[in-house]
Design a protein around this ligand. Structure first.
Ligand SMILES: Nc1nc2c(ncn2[C@@H]2O[C@H](COP(=O)(O)OP(=O)(O)O)[C@@H](O)[C@H]2O)c(=O)[nH]1
Ligand SMILES: [Mg+2]
Length: 321
């Protein structure tokens, strides 16, 4: 065991509730059923739907498993678990995309500063994710400036100041109630003046107020685009896995309004309904860039289908790399 917990420990611990809600139930079902029949397949579909994989995803997964069993003459229920693992891996691979950290590299043509805007409804974990992301980027030696763009809630700037201090990132903030676009502008100017590598912009998430949130976000985007070519280079939508399929609905709304480039799925450690990651992969055509597996900085992990599946089926996991 290395001193620092590796990815395998983080994924298997972070997905333990989802394992109870999915893997363990499938295991018990297979043990009980003994052989593959329509009853087993129906129960498997019900387990997947309960885990918030979504009806379309659950139906398609079970259909593929039924077909495999028929074609390959598989009758033993134990094999269903392996077939499910393969199906999940294949579907989740659709949600893999280029990493944010790769884009923050020093390569030729890399944007500098790389501008990342973080959006999502209140409470999903935007501010926390920004703190964790700043931490990761700092660990790679990147200079990070954070714009405290949720000026609606004073606590958000306070929260960022604490994360920023811990991570060694600069936090640009204005008074409560200030113009978020002006905060974003100042953060970019500060990053340019100091040669910083990355600017991360926090935003508000209240949906029902006088000032339309989507208009406010578009204004922030316009200011960023004016100051840095191609900015914002990433628009990360943060969704909370504990809200299940609501997350997919939110993603559709934000994608429509502000052009999301990737999803961060938080709080997987707190739910058995993490199947929503499969629904995101299947229904949205958006990459999942990170998953939140707990409260510490290291619990924000780049998404990988293989690692996710290893966390769900730890006994069949590949060696840690
Ligand atoms: N367990 C767990 N809690 C999280 C995770 N990400 C965020 N949180 C918690 O979710 C709550 C709301 O987070 P916050 O960043 O303030 O959300 P915001 O309103 O979108 O900015 C906080 O208590 C965070 O600690 C995660 O991956 N796991
Ligand atoms: Mg916040």
């Amino acid at each position: 065991m290395s001193e620092k917990e590796g990815w395998f420990g983080r994924f298997s611990r972070g997905l333990s509730k989802m394992r109870q809600g999915l893997t363990d139930k499938v295991q018990a079902l297979a043990a009980r059923a003994g052989r593959v029949d329509e009853d087993l397949l129906e129960e498997l579909e019900a387990i997947l739907i309960q885990a918030d994989v979504g009806v379309a995803g659950a139906t398609a997964i079970v259909e593929n498993i039924r077909e495999r069993c028929r074609k390959d003459g598989i009758a033993s229920a134990g094999a269903v678990r392996d077939l499910l693992r393969e199906e999940l891996r294949r579907r989740l691979a659709l949600a893999e995309g280029p990493s944010v950290e790769g884009a923050a590299g020093a390569g030729r043509g890399a944007a500098k500063p790389l501008v990342i805007m973080v959006v999502g409804v209140n409470g999903t974990g935007k501010t926390t994710t920004i703190g964790k992301l700043a931490h990761r980027l700092r660990d790679e030696g990147k200079q990070v400036v954070i714009a405290a763009g949720d000026t609606f809630r004073a606590a958000a700037a306070e929260q960022l100041a604490i994360w920023g201090e811990r991570a060694g990132a600069t936090v640009v903030r204005h008074q409560e109630g200030g113009d978020p676009a002006a905060v974003a502008f100042d953060a970019v100017k500060s990053a340019q003046a100091h040669g910083a590598d990355v600017v991360i912009v926090d935003t508000a998430g209240r949906l029902h107020t006088k000032v339309n949130l989507m208009e406010e976000l578009k204004k922030v985007q316009r200011v960023l685009a004016r100051e840095v070519p191609g900015a914002p280079h990433e628009v990360l939508l943060v969704v909370d896995a504990t809200t299940g399929l609501n997350a997919v609905q939110q993603a559709k709304v934000f994608r429509e309004a502000v052009g999301v480039t990737g999803v961060v799925l938080t709080k997987l450690d707190g739910t058995a309904k993490g199947g929503v990651v499969v629904a995101i992969a299947g229904e949205l055509g958006l990459p999942v860039k990170y998953v939140g597996l707990g409260e510490t900085a290291e619990d924000l992990q780049p998404f990988s289908a293989d690692k996710f599946v290893a966390g769900l089926f730890p006994d069949a996991a590949p060696p840690e790399s």
